[in-house]
Design a protein around this ligand. Structure first.
Ligand code: SAM
Ligand code: SF4
Ligand code: SF4
Length: 362
């Protein structure tokens, strides 16, 4: 089967100029609101575009192979640059920061960055595939991390390998989850991407395994992010089907969101054995509450997971911009935002130029 691969292989082909945006932006003037009335609340920071897994839905090995041109070291934002940008975001109302990637635990001394960001008045979390978590959990917690989300798509090694294209055993990820819990990074959230015909049986396995542990399993609809995973609507198992399957064995009831704009819909077991979540990004788009900005590994700002192009914040910072200009720039990008991709998606939506999730930050 032939597959269209973007020219820039999942990275932007150009970055919007700042002059026009900054000329329109007189000053930050309080927390920015976008053209659809959404305020800026969370920031996801990708700290590396590299990963030790090759999940079929994110970094398929036939594209992200030995010769894939990952970003060179000098293209990456330094920790100091990230911390400076994060301060500007917090000044504009950001209350939640998630470190992600790629695999964030592959970024050398990432706990140093955690310590720098932990000084800010934000809810600081990190998403990881868990392979290195047993080794790193204590250092991350000591540095001030509050919680972690661990991705885990199955409990049996064969299915786990089929989803993650990795030799890492499931037991290693489970050890990571346990170490995180012991280190106080709890409750641990566990992200499960469900792909039709590949890991459907893992829905009940995972629900059963984590019931009563205090950890929160969140089932995610397989999304058409990037341009390389060969996504088809037929591969999606809807959140409602997932809830039906779990509810048939363990009755569920809905619970209120923790805050407006929360991505996961929350449910609890009627018998009191804890809570689960579903993220229905395909079948029940939640763009109208989307308050997320993304900062890519090389410092480009993206206002949507499905964007084609970003705004080069690193260029601005390395060009000597002062803090006020930095804040104006971020504010201007947010104020001009009109994204609602998931609400408009159809099976025929073109994907050729779309940025990869490993680069933009999942
Ligand atoms: N490597 C880390 C991990 O896997 O947790 C962090 C980065 S990963 C891109 C962040 C999240 O995106 C993971 O939970 C992953 O399962 C999810 N993800 C990646 N590709 C996806 C897709 N096509 N559909 C739905 N979720 C996806
Ligand atoms: Fe790596 Fe995470 Fe993407 Fe899997 S989902 S390939 S672990 S970045
Ligand atoms: Fe937000 Fe874009 Fe996802 Fe809609 S499609 S929820 S705007 S990231």
């Amino acid at each position: 089967m032939s597959r269209i691969i973007p020219l820039a292989v999942g990275r932007p082909t150009g970055a919007g100029g700042w002059d026009a945006l900054l000329a329109r932006e007189v000053g930050p003037g309080g927390p920015p609101v976008d053209t659809l009335g959404r305020r800026l609340h969370d920031l996801r920071i990708s700290v590396t575009d590299r990963c030790n897994f090759r999940c079929v839905y994110c970094m398929p090995k036939d594209v992200f192979g030995r010769d894939y041109p990952f970003l060179p070291q000098d293209a990456l934002l330094t920790f100091e640059e990230i911390a400076r940008m994060a301060r500007a975001f917090v000044g504009l109302g950001v209350e939640k920061i998630r470190l992600t990637g790629g695999e964030p635990l592959l970024r050398k001394h990432v706990e140093r960055l955690v310590a720098m960001l932990a000084e800010l008045p934000v809810d600081l979390t990190l998403t990881t595939n868990g392979a290195l978590l047993a080794r790193k959990a204590r250092a991350l917690a000591d540095a001030g991390l509050k919680r972690v989300t661990v991705s885990l798509d199955a409990l049996d090694d064969a299915t786990f390998r089929a989803m993650g294209d990795t030799d890492t055993p499931v037991a290693q990820v489970l050890e990571g989850i346990e170490a995180a819990s012991q280190a106080g990074l709890a409750p641990v959230k566990i992200n499960v991407v469900v792909k039709r015909g590949v890991n459907e049986h893992a829905i009940l396995d995972l629900a059963r395994h984590f019931r009563g542990t205090g950890h929160i399993v969140r089932f995610i609809e397989y999304m058409d992010v990037g341009a390389t995973n060969g996504w088809r609507m037929d591969d999606v198992v809807s959140a409602s089907e997932i809830l039906e399957r779990i509810g048939a064995e363990f009755p569920l009831e809905p619970i209120d969101p923790n805050y407006a704009g929360e991505v996961a819909e929350r449910w609890r077991y009627r018998d009191g054995a804890g809570e689960i979540g579903v993220i229905a990004s395909v079948t029940q788009a939640f763009c109208r509450d989307c308050t997320r900005m993304r900062l890519s590994t090389d410092g480009k700002l993206y206002t949507c997971l499905f964007a084609n192009d970003g705004h080069d914040l690193r260029g601005l910072v390395r060009g000597g911009a002062d803090d006020a200009t930095l804040a104006r720039a971020i504010s201007a990008v947010w104020r001009s935002r009109a994204d609602r991709y998931s609400e408009l998606r159809t099976a025929a939506t073109p994907r050729e130029r779309r940025i990869e999730m490993s680069y933009i930050g999942g």
